[in-house]
Design a protein around this ligand. Structure first.
Ligand SMILES: *[C@@H]1O[C@H](CO)[C@@H](O)[C@H](O)[C@H]1NC(C)=O
Ligand SMILES: *[C@@H]1O[C@H](CO)[C@@H](O)[C@H](O)[C@H]1NC(C)=O
Ligand SMILES: *[C@@H]1O[C@H](CO)[C@@H](O)[C@H](O)[C@H]1NC(C)=O
Ligand SMILES: *[C@@H]1O[C@H](CO)[C@@H](O)[C@H](O)[C@H]1NC(C)=O
Ligand SMILES: *[C@@H]1O[C@H](CO)[C@@H](O)[C@H](O)[C@H]1NC(C)=O
Ligand SMILES: *[C@@H]1O[C@H](CO)[C@@H](O)[C@H](O)[C@H]1NC(C)=O
Ligand SMILES: *[C@@H]1O[C@H](CO)[C@@H](O)[C@H](O)[C@H]1NC(C)=O
Ligand SMILES: *[C@@H]1O[C@H](CO)[C@@H](O)[C@H](O)[C@H]1NC(C)=O
Ligand SMILES: *[C@@H]1O[C@H](CO)[C@@H](O)[C@H](O)[C@H]1NC(C)=O
Ligand SMILES: *[C@@H]1O[C@H](CO)[C@@H](O)[C@H](O)[C@H]1NC(C)=O
Ligand SMILES: *[C@@H]1O[C@H](CO)[C@@H](O)[C@H](O)[C@H]1NC(C)=O
Ligand SMILES: *[C@@H]1O[C@H](CO)[C@@H](O)[C@H](O)[C@H]1NC(C)=O
Length: 768
């Protein structure tokens, strides 16, 4: 059994994700056992969609609640618990409630019923990174006052408000009541001018918003943490820490709890509250199903409610890479963010007894360690037991590892747990081997003993050495501290989820990449050895697309600050069209590398590439989309009227709406299909000039292999600000249909350059 799950676990990179997954296992497991009928389990939480009340906009919250309650058999369960969990107004039209399947059946026959869905469980998916992204006081931050006055809502595991990253001494007061309607009323949890709102949602109750896990604190400080000098993890990566929008306010919505995960009724309630409160950007680092339709995915659906209130939704693509079609939250109204590395490594080098070296990483690098001392190597997994291979505490407790460097594999328990286990058994050090499906990605965890996390290539050599020299195999661990300039970077780590999505008609997702590997940010509790000779315990490294998304939330806050009038779709457009898909200045052909292969990454891995916040503030042209466009697109995807209502909250008759296919949606990127018979496709786009009044854009076309692109007109000549110009692109197959076995997805781009602004449209060309 355990073996099966160890496979799943290694895909999770953050300790938090891992823990949550472990709590998941019993449930998953139970489904494999004979089904024993248990009546107490009949009661389920459902999200019920109902038509909008005729006076929807006039109803008070109490009236709305009574209208929703009128669908229920009665108001309380035998236990006295209320049936109704939440009434939703903005995020969707409906409510969540506890019901048996039988009771649900009788609700289905009531007038006004639209649909029902079982509650779903989700999990949660920077010192250096603002600078790595090019943000400095003179550049980007200056023009936007670092996001001052903007409110970022973070939907996650809560926050530790007393952490220095949330110091408010330089932050102005919360925006006036006309804009900011949120509050912070949980007893014993003190908000300030940085954290201006905090509320937790758990099955209808409001417990403490305090973060005890770390994920939410990390995410909040990555988006909008204040400046903290001398931030470091056990002495590593020392520098000034801050979020990407350090002057912005934060409003915290806790929906993820230890052992429980994050449940969809609570996520909807949090988004509903964020909309009511008046946040500008919401950050959702919450997992989703890659097979979920938009109305089944709490993040996509909640985001549709948000954009209708002019809130910019940013979501993590997921940590399910490196296979294709693993991405979540693929709706065109959500900015979907994948993870990238930076050029920083916290180097910990393995030196084998024969002198060969392998560069790995680890954050715990005590100065008292002797980097040239060789110790005997030990591989507990020689017995073939998966728990031994993964250095599970119960197995390590049986061994004497005194004075050894122990080789462990990833999985089953998080690294800190392996480290503690081998340390207790007397080990001097630990080597954690990467799997081939983790490619070249390595992690700088805050371990409890000297450690090196090495990639899969090093794994092969180290194991080969160990297995042929078992009795006399030795190794040293040589610390090399915090190093910058690692190349190639940025690159995409194996775990970043990849498109295409089966649910969105082929739109390019992720949209962009942002740093998400070994990100230093605030942490609510101690890390590494305890007691430790090293400094602060208040920051930690964490990895995941969860760490990438809040960088982009901060950037969205900066763009919103500079351009108050722009819609969410225009802000998303600015961030996409200014991203950079190259990792060198040498040549635009040096496309960002995929760490799974150390080779050029695909378009559905990088999207438009690495975010460029300074350029996003001044994009030149923007692509705009309206809710009506999204409705035409949903009809084009084949959604029924009821499904459109569930997704958008508006009653529409698809037969009376112009259907759009994904290619024709005025999205900032383009995905085109060619087949054996359809060898040419025309695509239209319309752009709005947000640069100088008089600007002329000339295109540079990077054609996908096997395709010719023709533009009409082939110049975009603007004479005034806000002017809109439409143009057409024709994609013609230039040769014969590709032979079997060749790559069927090709990347290209159209780069509109005016001399002042560069507007890039990424292209995915698929031979289907
Ligand atoms: C509510 O209805 C359920 C059955 O649907 C019943 O078991 C319960 O006793 C009812 N509660 C009240 C307070 O009537
Ligand atoms: C806080 O907000 C909630 C709902 O958002 C509201 O019901 C409550 O009255 C507010 N409390 C205070 C003290 O303003
Ligand atoms: C918010 O933060 C989480 C990390 O918990 C991240 O996964 C998510 O993508 C962020 N969402 C937005 C909208 O920035
Ligand atoms: C998604 O659907 C595909 C095709 O139906 C299936 O192979 C895959 O296992 C599903 N993935 C998940 C995570 O449910
Ligand atoms: C470190 O280990 C090497 C090799 O065992 C040894 O020669 C050296 O004296 C040690 N250095 C210290 C400071 O203990
Ligand atoms: C075994 O060790 C010897 C010397 O220590 C070394 O030359 C040899 O390469 C090792 N074998 C392997 C397969 O690494
Ligand atoms: C180490 O052990 C291997 C095999 O057990 C042997 O071939 C090799 O000569 C030994 N090397 C040294 C340096 O003792
Ligand atoms: C260790 O750091 C030094 C100093 O920066 C650098 O010259 C050296 O290349 C690093 N070692 C490795 C293996 O990268
Ligand atoms: C393009 O093909 C993909 C499958 O490869 C499909 O999911 C998508 O809907 C197609 N797009 C259009 C616009 O037909
Ligand atoms: C894209 O990013 C790379 C790596 O950071 C950088 O060297 C290059 O100059 C950037 N290209 C542009 C056009 O900004
Ligand atoms: C990846 O490839 C580049 C050359 O493109 C090379 O310089 C680099 O060393 C390779 N990285 C690894 C980890 O093998
Ligand atoms: C998308 O729709 C347009 C017109 O509505 C059509 O010309 C084009 O062929 C369609 N594309 C695909 C891939 O179906």
């Amino acid at each position: 059994m355990k073996l099966r799950y160890s496979v799943a676990i290694v895909f999770f990179v953050s300790g938090q994700l891992l823990l949550l997954l472990l709590h998941y296992l019993p449930t998953t497991n139970a489904q494999l056992l004979p089904i024993v009928h248990d009546h107490s389990n009949d009661m389920q939480i459902y999200i019920i969609d109902v038509e909008k009340h005729q006076q929807h906009d006039l109803l008070s919250d109490e009236d709305l609640e009574s209208w929703h309650a009128s669908f229920l058999p009665n108001s309380t369960l035998d236990s006295g618990a209320p049936r109704l969990l939440y009434s939703y107004r903005h995020v969707l039209s409906g409510f969540s409630a506890r019901l048996t399947p039988g009771e649900l059946e009788s609700i289905k026959s009531k007038p006004g019923f639209v649909g029902a869905q079982r509650s779903q469980r989700h999990h949660v998916e920077t010192t250096y990174t603002p600078g790595y992204l090019g943000l400095t006081r003179n550049n980007g931050w200056g023009a936007t006052m670092m996001g001052q006055g903007i409110i970022i809502g973070v939907i996650d595991t809560g926050v530790k408000p007393t952490h220095p990253s949330f110091d408010d001494s330089t932050i102005p007061s919360a925006p006036p009541k006309s804009k900011w309607k949120g509050n912070c009323t949980y007893k014993g949890f003190a908000c300030n001018k940085k954290i201006i709102g905090a509320k937790a949602f758990q099955s209808g109750s409001n417990p403490s918003p305090l973060d005890t896990e770390g994920h939410g604190t990390h995410v909040a400080s990555t988006a909008a943490g204040s400046f903290v000098r001398n931030a470091n993890v056990l002495g590593m990566a020392r520098g000034v820490a801050s979020g990407t929008a350090p002057m912005a306010h934060l409003s915290i919505y806790k929906v993820c709890f230890p052992k429980v995960g994050c449940n969809s009724p609570d996520i909807y309630a949090a988004i509903e509250q964020a909309i009511k409160d008046g946040v500008d950007v919401i950050n959702m680092s919450i997992s989703g199903g890659r097979n979920a339709t938009f109305y089944q995915d709490a993040v996509s659906r909640g985001s549709m409610g948000a954009i209708q209130k002019n809130i910019i939704p940013v979501a993590a693509a997921g940590n399910d890479g490196a296979d294709p079609i693993t991405l979540s939250h693929s709706a065109p109204w959500v900015l979907t963010v994948g993870a990238s590395t930076t050029d920083r490594r916290i180097m910990s080098i393995v030196v084998l007894g024969d002198g060969r070296t392998f560069v790995g990483e680890s954050a715990y690098q005590p100065t008292t360690w002797n980097s040239s001392a060789l110790f005997p190597l030990e591989y507990p997994g020689s017995n073939g037991n998966v728990n031994s291979r993964c250095c599970v505490p119960s197995e390590m407790a049986k061994l004497n590892l005194k004075g050894k460097i122990v080789i462990c594999e990833p999985g089953i328990v998080e690294n800190a747990g392996k480290g503690e286990a081998v340390y207790k058994a007397g080990a001097k050090g630990m080597i954690v081997l990467g799997y081939s499906r983790q490619g070249y990605t390595t992690f700088s965890y805050a371990d409890v003993l000297p450690t090196s996390y090495v990639n899969f290539k090093a794994r092969i050599a180290i194991m080969d050495y160990y297995l042929t020299n078992t009795t006399n195999a030795t190794a040293a661990i040589r610390f090399n501290g915090t190093r910058f300039g690692y190349m190639p970077s940025p690159a995409v780590p194996y775990f970043s989820s990849r498109g295409p999505s089966r649910m969105n008609g082929g739109l390019i997702k992720p949209d962009v990449l942002a740093p998400g590997v070994n990100i230093l940010a605030a942490w609510p509790k101690g890390v590494g050895p305890n007691p430790s000779p090293l400094a602060t315990h208040t920051f930690n490294f964490d990895s995941g697309t969860s760490m990438a998304a809040p960088h982009v939330s901060g950037i969205a806050a900066l763009v919103r600050k500079k351009h108050r009038g722009w819609t969410p779709s225009e802000i998303i457009s600015a961030i996409i069209t200014t991203a950079n898909d190259s990792w060198t200045a040498r040549s635009p052909d040096d496309i960002i590398i995929d760490e799974i292969s150390n080779d050029t990454a695909g378009i559905f891995t990088t999207g438009a590439g690495m975010v460029s916040p300074v350029k996003a503030l001044d994009p030149g042209l923007v692509f705009k989309l309206t809710v009506d466009n999204y409705i035409g697109y949903l009809c084009g995807l084949g959604y029924t009227d009821a499904e459109v209502f569930k997704t958008v909250g508006q009653k529409k008759n698809c037969s009376a709406v112009v259907h759009l296919n994904s290619t024709d949606l005025n999205y900032p990127s383009i995905a085109v299909n060619l087949t054996r018979t359809v060898t040419s496709q025309k695509v239209r786009r319309t752009v709005r000039n947000v640069g100088n009044a008089r600007e002329e854009y000339i295109p540079k076309i990077v054609q996908p292999a096997g395709v010719d692109i023709f533009l009409s007109p082939d110049r975009l000549k603007f004479t005034r600000v806000d002017q809109e110009i439409s143009y057409e692109m024709r994609f013609d197959m230039s040769g014969s249909y590709p032979s079997q076995g060749s790559d069927m997805i090709r990347r290209g781009k159209i780069v509109w350059d005016s001399g002042n602004h560069v507007v890039t449209t990424p292209i995915a060309l698929t031979f289907t």
